[in-house]
Ligand binder design. Structure first.
Ligand code: DGJ
Length: 731
């Protein structure tokens, strides 16, 4: 359908419980008037009435009244905040954008116009022409079967001279009930710490300038009814699906508009478009829900519907980092592999330290050749042993980095990012390789691809241990973050194309690059370098707001945590780590046989329930008791659920009281009991239901709950709720 209306018309897109109502004008990009709950079947006439209903009183000018704000709000239509598209030609020309004509087209995925669209999705594509500025601007709003919305914009230079995009920031409006903001911050080993504030007039802006989302990444910008929790309070939120410099913001204008927006931060020159060139903003991924669980569920379902989403059993892995660090010794690693296989581990990942000159973190990055001194026969003896044990093999790389103390830097100093002042500050003794340099890119691709082929590598842990500052691209030192980020995506895609089945983990000194841009090319994120289970309870919970459990790397560490030095018992460590894509990062050659038996039981249990964990709906309870956390995964048919109740602190009341179990089918009966191997706490001083469990309707479990077992700090209990078979309906 092509519409070129002379008067505004209204469009209603509905899918997955979400409605998007937009005003379409023949001289303006779409103006979203409603994004949120499904409005049902609204007649064309009612949509026209809605437009009238939402037209504000005229104040003293169109600027003050601001009847509607477009997907790319422009000053030329009266928007007084950040323009959606800001750019110019030499001398400041073409800086204000206004459209002579905009054509809107609704397309369904799979149709000739949108052959590669995600199954079941629908989109509005609008193409605006600004003749005087010689610009074509396209916006897309997609609605997916999960009810998730994606928005992006593109600008094409139709002129005869260069046009430079300063920024391209699409926006989605939220209503006035969205009075509270939630985003995240953090640091290395302490990522994704939630923070809240009122959504007051002005802008709350979260930027990343270090060439990656960063350990302090906002991750999401949510706005909701004040006090919104996991189970209640309507909430809307956006995420910028990009792995380089970026901004996400919440902007509240005193003309009454509350916008959630985001895009890429472009450095000088990065947005220059030569004639006929175009630039696209990253996807702004938008979700809403009654509570954060419903918000997340749309994102999780969207990801799970992607063709490249990892399906099937996620192999339990062993990572060697905290077991041996740089101390690579074949005998020790073989013993470690033997122990791993005995425990039922399915993948062995050799971390940092295997390549030339890499005896510490001070040298060698870039020299992607197996170190002949440490590995005289290459990695073959280890890899063959691992394969012989029935495990697959994974290897660590940090492809975007270079140590100045490396053969690569000595041979190709111009491949190191640098400005007129030289390569700038080291961080962890390393600098960044300019992957936008074709020869540097070709070298890394060749090295990685050769090693993947030679050692039949199933999994790459792709690390990235420093931010990009002074990232000047050769030969002139102009900013290279944008092309570097594009090159990273290309490199990952090319490796995967050459080696079908290859999996990649996005690690960035832990969780510094967790975004839906990198997730298009990777199969797992390393949530954090902190594997202390006490911290991980929170880290996984908040990273899970964006990503489902099967994409979250969660490891069981040794007793004394290597980053916090906290001592935690194995039941708590394993019962915490099993809630994602499970791994072990522990020198098992020093573990007691009792610990090995316990760990084997947890691994076996994880394997038993991983299909539920990796396909079910993630739920959280909003417990009034701040010392307790309750998470669950409920099968999509509601027949089965696993919950984990953890105490992170002493509870003020003792016993702690009731906990309500979210997500069950209210109309079905469930048998709830403690689940081995996480049942010890329920057995010591059992609550009434402890010995044999209890059978109650899902509605009662949701509204009344059951008594929590006694839990000391850093102790947890697993609960299983299985639906009773439904009685056969007589015919
Ligand atoms: C940082 C990662 O997050 C760690 O897991 C480990 O791979 C080290 N880098 C290796 O240098």
């Amino acid at each position: 359908m092509t519409t070129a209306p002379s008067v505004p018309t209204m469009l209603h897109l509905r899918l997955g419980g979400t409605s998007v109502v937009a005003r379409l004008d023949d001289a303006a990009l779409p103006c979203v008037l409603h994004w949120g709950p499904d409005l049902g079947d609204v007649s064309t006439q009612a949509l026209d009435e809605l437009q009238i209903a939402l037209t504000p009183p005229y104040v003293d000018s169109a600027i003050s009244s601001q009847a509607a704000v477009a997907l790319l709000p422009q000053h030329s239509s009266g928007w007084l905040g950040r323009p959606g598209l800001l750019g110019s030609r030499a001398g400041g020309r073409s800086w204000s954008v206004s459209f002579d004509r905009v054509e809107h087209r609704v397309e369904t995925a799979g149709s000739a116009d949108w052959a590669d669209g995600a199954a079941g999705a629908v989109r509005l594509r609008s193409v605006g022409l600004d003749r005087p500025s010689a610009l074509e601007v396209t916006t897309e709003i997609e609605v997916h079967p999960s009810g998730l919305v994606r928005v992006r914009a593109q600008v094409r230079n139709l002129g005869a001279d260069d046009y430079e995009v300063a920024h391209l920031l699409p926006a989605l409006p939220v209503p006035a009930e969205a009075g509270e903001l939630l985003d995240m911050t953090g640091r290395h080993t302490h990522e994704r710490t939630p923070q809240r504030r009122p959504f007051d007039p002005g802008a709350w802006v979260r930027e990343a300038w270090g060439g990656r989302p960063g350990h302090d990444s906002a991750t999401v910008m949510c706005a909701g009814e004040p006090g919104f929790g996991f189970r209640s309070g309507r909430v809307w939120g956006v995420h910028v699906a990009h792995s380089g410099n970026q901004v996400v913001l919440a902007e509240h204008s005193t003309a009454g508009w509350r916008l959630l927006r985001g895009g890429e931060v472009l450095l000088p020159g990065e947005g220059v478009l030569h004639p006929q060139e175009s630039y696209s903003s990253p996807w702004l991924v938008a979700s809403w829900g009654e509570g954060l669980d419903a918000f997340s569920q749309r994102v999780h379902r969207f990801l799970r519907a992607q063709p490249h989403h990892p399906r099937g059993p996620r192999p339990v892995l062993l990572n060697t980092w905290e077991a041996v660090y740089f101390d690579h010794d074949l005998g020790k690693l073989i013993t470690l592999a033997d122990r791993a296989a005995e425990l039922g581990i399915e993948r062995f990942v050799l971390d940092d330290g295997w390549f030339r000159h890499r005896r510490s973190d001070q040298a060698g990055l870039g020299d992607w050749f197996v170190d002949e001194g440490v590995w005289p026969d290459g990695l073959h003896p280890l890899v063959d042993h691992v394969h012989g044990l029935g495990m697959d093999f994974g290897l660590w790389f940090e492809p975007e980095m270079i140590n100045l103390d490396s053969d690569l830097a000595r041979e190709h100093p111009d491949w190191v990012f640098q400005t007129d002042h030289g390569p700038g500050l080291p961080s962890r003794y390393q600098h960044v390789l300019d992957l936008g340099h074709p020869a540097a890119y070709a070298f890394v691709l060749e090295r990685m691809s050769t090693l993947v082929g030679e050692y039949r590598i199933a999994f790459i842990k792709w690390d990235h241990n420093r931010p990009l500052v002074d990232a000047g691209h050769s030969p002139d030192g102009s900013p290279g973050v944008h092309i570097h980020t594009e090159a990273v995506y290309r490199l990952m895609a090319e490796l995967k194309a050459r080696h079908p089945g290859l999996e990649i983990e996005s690690c960035c000194g832990g969780g510094g690059r967790v975004d839906l841009g990198i997730i298009e090319h990777t199969d797992r994120v390393w949530v954090s370098d902190c594997i202390d289970a006490h911290e991980r309870q929170r880290l996984v919970r908040w990273t899970g707001l964006l990503l489902p459990p099967e994409l979250l790397g969660t490891h069981v560490g040794s007793g004394a945590d290597h980053s916090t030095h906290r001592l935690l018992h194995l039941g708590f460590r394993a019962g915490t780590a099993m809630w994602g894509h499970l791994g072990v990062e522990w020198d098992l050659t020093t573990a007691s046989s009792a610990d090995l038996d316990t760990l084997a039981a947890w691994i076996a249990f994880h394997k038993e329930v991983r299909e539920l964990l990796h396909t079910g709906d993630v739920v959280h309870a909003d417990l009034p008791n701040p010392a307790l956390l309750l998470e669950g995964v409920v099968a999509t048919d509601r027949s089965d659920a696993l919950y984990r109740l953890a105490a992170l602190d002493l509870t003020v009341t003792w016993p702690a009281g009731r906990v309500r179990l979210p997500g069950l089918d209210p109309a079905r009966d469930y048998h709830v009991s403690a689940q081995a191997p996480g049942d010890a706490a329920a057995a010591t001083f059992p609550p009434g239901w402890g010995p044999s469990g209890v059978t109650l309707p899902g509605r009662v479990l949701r509204e009344v709950g059951i008594q929590a077992p006694l839990l000391n700090p850093d102790q947890l209990v697993l609960l299983r709720a299985r639906a009773l078979p439904t009685a056969a309906v007589p015919v």
